[in-house]
Design a protein around this ligand. Sequence first.
Ligand code: NDP
Length: 601
Amino acid sequence: MTFRGPATDLDRDELLRRYAAERDKRIRDDGNDQYVEPVGKFAHFLDDPYAEPEAREPLTDEVDVAFIGGGFAGLVTGAKLKQAGITNVRIIEKGGDFGGTWYWNRYPGAQCDTAAFIYLPLLEETGHMPSEKYTHAPEIAEHCRRIGEHFDLYDNAVFSTEVTGVEWNDDACRWTIHTNRGDAMRAKYLAMGTGPLHRPKLPGIPGLERFEGHSFHTSRWDYDYTGGDPSGSPMTALGDKRVGIIGTGATAVQCVPHLARAAGELYVFQRTPSSIDVRNNRPIDPEWFATLEPGWQKRWMENFTTLQTGGFTDEDLVMDGWTDISLRIRDKLLSAPKPDLSPEGMLRAYHDSDDEKMSEIRARVDATISDPETAEALKPWYRQLCKRPCFHDQYLDAFNETNTHLVHTDGRGVEEITESGVIVDGIEYELDCIIYASGFEVGTEFSRRWGYDVCGRNGEMLSEHWDDGMTSLHGIHVHGFPNMFIVSPTQGANLISNVPHNLTEAGETIATVIAHANDVGAEQIEVTATAEAAWVAKLESGGRTFGGDPTCTPGYYNNEGKGADEKATRNSLGYPEGPVAYFEHIDRWRAAGTFDGLVFR
Ligand code: NDP
């Protein structure tokens, strides 16, 4: 169901004044520094509640390819390597199994907001049919394990193992990988896909350490305490508990309905409301699935990417909230008597369609919430893409439950945490349990997020090489770091609405490059300094960065309202002509077989 409200609920000037006022309320001088790292007395927030590390001897052996990170990046790259005949691959993962973000995020209701057909990689290769359009976390984690098994990636993998440092030995042409398990493994090739959203952060609230009740971060859900399980079974142990959840981002939106059903009393502490668009999930019909022709998944991914990034196709295969945003803008443009395709015309079309969309979203709140004051507090006042758009059909309804209380802090956040609860506006809310739905580190230094640094040729550290921001060819190869590959959206397609599409293409590129090195008997692969500089210059000429609009309400999309400085801009650059053009470029680059920019020694 699409909710249709009034075309716009305020005139443009009034709307922009309201948006600016709501933003200004939330701007803080300390920006990203407001958050607390889970280290020292907070280190226990990182403990793995799902697996005990297995005892094993330190490893000092050698593999052809070592991959740091067992999420989709490692899995798709591992699969592509195996398909290319490169079999001696080791994935090193800090979690107790494959899955990456889907290993850690097992909170009740966890689900992917990108349609399963394009989000779950290697569906055709593994023969899996997703059970529903937007799959829940247990099925995604199971698919990760399926990929691991299908491509024999378990054989050589090491789990519950955190990399602490990596160094290149130029004489031996090998990487040495050190870990917290005492390993000093060697590898001819090193690849890394550690993801942007794996290091939890805690809200910087005075008294955080004082709370004497139970507490955990959503990415380490404590089912021993709550009862229930990730499949959504009732959390029976919460029936007599007063539970507080701090944060109302994409994670909280999914788990609040479950907490509302289970908790004695639930207090949702809100700093900024999320925009809650329609979810409209549905099961997949196996008969229809059987009609899909071989090669369908690539076609679906390309169709989504084209539409989602403003392109034209005959049909919308995925038809979801992401393509809806783009199609509305396109329709606005094309419905004008004289379509204005200039950047200003496009921006105008975006603003017009966004005004309508956000009015619908606010009207949906009014239509759902019975208490007018609560409804008012749940309305988002910013452009939809200022913060992560959310899609849910039960979140708003949860606030109609008598046990569920919205504590709206009107942009100020929770004031203080005490031994027994949380203070907002001078009122103390006594709690048995605090759940931190406070997100992950996104914009911080990579060596802090990764937890290790990489020492390349001549002892140069990657953090030094990237002192002024990331430099690479295709987001994959870095000069001075031979035989090393990075798997991420950055400095490539930078397609945020479907991250696995970026990863799959990067995995394909790495497998093709290594297979070529093997064919020509090369020991070293390295991008030239010239090719690296030319790629960065090309990216900078287009200025396509992720987020960074300082006029938006603060959040991790815009560096907490500070916008991106030169370094942060570099760290989030994408191909100037957009994701579709990047994917075409990299396809041509691989197919040409000359691997322009790389030297094979
Ligand atoms: P977010 O960073 O999006 O949200 C953190 C929340 O904590 C915000 O609501 C923030 O408020 C709030 N907060 C921070 N400090 C305080 C404070 N002092 N007092 C009160 N509230 C505070 O984290 P999430 O885990 O929700 O989501 C992270 C990302 O993970 C998503 O954006 C998405 O990309 C991904 N994700 C994807 C899902 C999917 O595909 N379905 C599901 C879940 C997550 P404020 O907004 O004011 O900063």
